[in-house]
Design a protein around this ligand. Structure first.
Ligand SMILES: [Zn+2]
Length: 493
């Protein structure tokens, strides 16, 4: 974790890996450097999953990228945006919240698009195009810890260093693996900006061009009536170099097309699922250790949270105040540590581990957890714990002083809960769930595993050992099992 806070250890779970890393086993920052390349108006970067990029990396394309469809957020930015250029360290090729994107080589400003009335009309038309899919469109900028895609609409092709006649540009992420990328639409160069923006954003989520003039992925803005067409259509190479880069994904939706056909509608449905308006906010079930807990400087304890959420997409943020520092872990790669649970996880089954404090300095520690869903539902909770001076040895492996602090909040429970949550639903955990909490009409089936796991693990481990001895080797396997499971639920049967 952070060098200046050696007593706060990172949990080291799968949630700090991007979907790409979980799938291919290589972190973006460890990918071999390959040049991003343009194909017409489409940019393919090293983490795009593009066929040619994967070949350069020596990675075989994964024919079914394995996550369940999950809601998304599209920020339609029409009031002027300045992009900084490439994102820099960390391997990201774009992050809408950080205003960085490989679409521009250096800092570039795009002016506002028209007046309020024109912007409203444009927004409404774009919302109509995306109505079938579970994408929340907004003109208000979400908090930076929310992974969101940004459609910048403003200026002309020249602002972005593109030749005249270009209506918009986007980078492509095969199968919508990233939900925080950026596209550019140039109302100063072309009319029909809603149509262009619909196409550019769809490129962000893995769609390429088709040759159907009624499809929104037809490469020319014709001003005609278009939709995201539900049909297997030939890929168009009218504007590119003739190579289909996400062919192995398109083939999942058009098995007879050999990768050279695309079903635009079904592919978007595979990424986001059907529109499911959600007025039920996520709720934080518990934070461990609970508010008012006390520990000594001999102790170690893991800070974690459980939530209930009816969709499978949330943004989360942890903050620690104490020990003369502030420490954060959140989604969208804007904190000290990342949570990359945008796709592929059921938020209700995840242990939202923040950090393990090991012999922290004496004092008060306040932990704040926030959770936000795609439709803006929000919850927050805070826990303040006190750490007092211990005996200083910490040498009693069976617990002793450790156990007296707060036996119910021990880190053992948190540790085991993570394994259960990411895994395959260990039978013992779910079967032995105590009936303490009411179901409250929840449709989640994993809400009891945390308590069950806590009681089971408490007997064996105790003290801080339960957490630090977490069986690291099983995480990869469990994650794979989970991915295999969700894959079958996602693809059309
Ligand atoms: Zn295009």
């Amino acid at each position: 974790m952070r060098d200046d806070v050696p007593w706060a250890l990172h949990p080291g779970d799968d949630l700090d890996k991007t979907p790409f890393e979980r799938l291919y086993g290589v972190a973006e920052e460890d990918l071999r450097e390959v040049d991003a390349f343009w194909d017409g108006n489409l940019l393919y970067t090293k983490d795009s999953g593009a066929r040619e990029v994967l070949e350069q990396q020596g990675l075989p394309p994964q024919h079914a990228i394995a996550y369940e469809a999950s809601p998304g957020v599209l920020y339609v930015a029409m009031n002027g945006v300045t992009l900084t250029g490439p994102c820099g360290a960390g391997g990201e090729t774009a992050n809408a919240a950080k205003k960085c994107s490989a679409l521009v080589d250096a800092e570039t400003s795009f002016p506002a698009a028209g007046n309020a009335g024109q912007q409203a009309a444009l927004f409404n038309q774009l919302a109509d195009y995306y109505e079938p899919f579970d994408i929340v469109l907004t003109t208000s900028e979400p908090p930076e810890w929310m992974p969101y895609t940004m459609a910048v609409i403003g200026g002309s092709a020249g602002n972005a260093g593109q030749p005249g006649g270009v209506c918009g540009v986007a980078n492509v992420q095969c199968d919508g693996l990233r939900r925080n990328h950026v596209s550019l639409t140039f109302p100063g160069s072309c009319g029909g900006s809603a149509e262009t923006a619909a196409q550019e954003t769809a490129h962000n989520w893995g769609l390429e061009h088709t040759d159907n003039t009624t499809d929104l992925l037809y490469p020319y803005n014709t001003g005609g009536f278009k939709t995201f067409v539900d049909d297997c259509m030939d890929i168009s190479h009218a504007t590119g170099d003739g190579v289909t880069q996400c062919d192995y994904i398109h083939e999942e939706y058009c098995p007879g097309g050999g990768g050279e056909q695309q079903n635009t509608y079904q592919e978007l449905l595979g990424v986001f699922g059907p529109r499911t308006p959600d007025d039920q906010a996520p709720s934080i079930v518990e934070i461990t250790p609970p508010d008012g807990s006390t520990f000594t400087t001999d102790d170690a304890f893991t800070v974690s949270a459980r939530i209930e959420e009816n969709s499978n997409f949330v943004a989360v943020r942890w903050e620690l105040q104490g020990g003369d520092t502030t420490l954060t872990r959140c989604s969208n790669n804007v904190c000290d540590q990342d949570f990359n649970a945008g796709v592929g996880f059921d938020p209700s089954e995840v242990d939202w581990d923040f950090t393990t404090l090991t012999s922290p300095p004496p004092g008060e520690y306040t932990f704040t957890f926030e959770v936000l869903d795609a439709y803006g539902g929000y919850d927050t909770q805070t826990s303040t714990v006190t750490v007092t001076q211990g005996r200083g040895s910490g040498g009693d492996p069976t617990g002793g002083g450790d156990e007296t602090g707060d036996p119910t909040a021990g880190p053992g429970g948190t540790g085991s809960g993570t394994d259960d949550g990411q895994g395959s639903g260990s039978a013992s955990a779910s079967d032995s769930a105590p009936g303490g909490e009411g179901s409250g009409g929840s449709d989640d089936d994993g809400t009891d595993t945390d308590t069950a796991g806590a009681s089971g693990e408490g007997e064996g481990g105790g003290g801080g050992s339960g957490c630090s001895n977490r069986p690291q080797g099983t995480h990869g396997f469990l994650a794979l099992a989970l991915l295999g499971l969700t894959l079958r639920r996602r693809r059309r049967g």
